[in-house]
Design a protein around this ligand. Sequence first.
Ligand code: ASP
Length: 324
Amino acid sequence: MSRRRFIKNTILGSMASGVLGQSFKKPSFQNFSGPRIISTWNHGFEANKVAWKNLSSGNGGLTAVELGVRVSEDDPNETSVGLGGLPDRTGKVTLDACIMDKNNDCGSVSFLQNIKNPISVARMVMEKTPHIMLSGKGAYDFAIEQGFKSQNLLTKKSKEAWEKWKKSSDYKPVINIENHDTISMLLIDENQDLFGACTTSGAAWKIHGRVGDSPIIGAGLFLDNDIGAAAATGLGEAVIRTSGSAMVVEVMRQGASPLEACKEIVNRISKIHKNRPEWEYLQVGFIAVNKQGEHAGYSLKKGFNYALHDTKNQKMIDAKYEIE
Ligand code: ASP
């Protein structure tokens, strides 16, 4: 077959079947329903309120998502983000976060210790350096240079939980509403521009040095301002293995709705992990919003929810799921 013919056949083939093997109706982005914010888990509710307030007062989408997720980072009772986050198996709280805007500008920090607001450090990496990701001691030194305060993030409560865990040292990161997890926030503003933020203390009792999906652009968070945005929560290793959030956006690009796209990637994760040891405790969830403001959440197992805030709603939504 000539090269030209091969290329033509490939293009026609992928148009007919959908590049990913399914065909979806092409979305029309004309019925925009207004600005909207969605965030993972129950703590997303309060975070959305702060983000919405910032958006409404004209502070812009980036500041809105940054200050929104900081609500969870600042809360010492929130055991999966920022201050009070559950530590790794050596008793150290290590944080991962990233932020992304409508121009594909992004910043990220991973394995950051002793700084309460990694999302703001991630934003500074984006705005003040030529890089995207800083990690560990380098990220810490950069934060201190930028004026962040060093503090102990292990609270009495999280220290006690760690001491209790050490007695069994069993590693099964249970991820559900009761222990609510990573906050990922997606925002579409009045100009239909997209912004996102994601911050976490990662899997409790992880090996010291482990980095999850949350600071990885394309895994924990991704957006394409022409198409939509997606973010993840759950077992980071499974999300990284599939470039989860980037793939959700790519499936939306093929014409899928946010729900169809989240479902497609959860199904892919499920297929890949069925015969792996982590299947027993595996949970992953995605949220997504498209350029039109349509939104969805979908998880592998029952128990994932997300918070919606817009001109008409301030509520929690139980995500659809694959397994009861
Ligand atoms: N995705 C996070 C991680 O693996 C944790 C979570 O969302 O549950 O670090």
